[in-house]
Ligand binder design. Sequence first.
Ligand SMILES: O=P(O)(O)OC[C@H]1O[C@@H](O)[C@H](O)[C@@H](O)[C@@H]1O
Length: 260
Amino acid sequence: MKMVTFGQLPAVCITAPDGAEALIALYGAHLASWKTADGRERLFMSAQSPRDGSAAIRGGVPVIFPQFSTRGTGQRHGVARLSHWRVADNGDDWVELALNQDAVPPALAAGWPHAFALALRFTLRGDAIVMRFTVVNTGAAPFDFAAALHTYYAVEDFTQTVLEGLPDESPLRFGPKLDNIYAAPAALTLSHPGATLQLRQQGFTEWVVWNPGLEGATALTDMADDEWQRFVCIEPALVDKRELAAGATWTGVHTVTATL
Ligand SMILES: O=P(O)(O)OC[C@H]1O[C@@H](O)[C@H](O)[C@@H](O)[C@@H]1O
């Protein structure tokens, strides 16, 4: 592992023996880039994304916790993507980042005053990247939380991108604005010309599929107007808050494998 930067943010880079690499900003434990051994970037990153810690990074894999979107009275999509995580442990091709309540900016922590320990471990394994997300309730009372790994996949031809494996959507094609929640089959296949990825999840309960379309992208100040055609978000998620008992642990795993 080596220390690098992502814009003005400290980041780490992990590298596998075959040349695959991943770059993770400590701000948000945010996977900003994943390149397979063939040198291809598999994730989308907006050219207009903030890279200074003033707002969430737009692209890569934002970590959503403890609230999904506006489903609750707290911070939209939670506080994890807006907090500075620390490196807890690492090897050459893996790193584990950690966050607890003390590192959440005070204004954000006030909206969800619970004691917790988050760990997110990224491991490069051949043509796959594994993201293992652990939530521990370190307090004395139960709390409710939601979680997601809001993955932005880079696609070369949006109109020829196909997602297979969703219930009642065989296959899903991309075009207009999309913001859907599906019950989670364990695995999906995402294909676009020249690339195929297998997406697997364990421990989460849904897949969220999102693209803002032209109008939605125009309203986003951190995305260029034409960029909506260059990504699809497919997110393993625990959309509705669930209770975690004092001392208990929840784990969700997201594995993405490039088969082409
Ligand atoms: O702009 P944000 O906060 O990163 O959210 C992006 C999108 O995230 C998705 O997960 C939600 O389903 C969408 O409703 C939301 O618009």
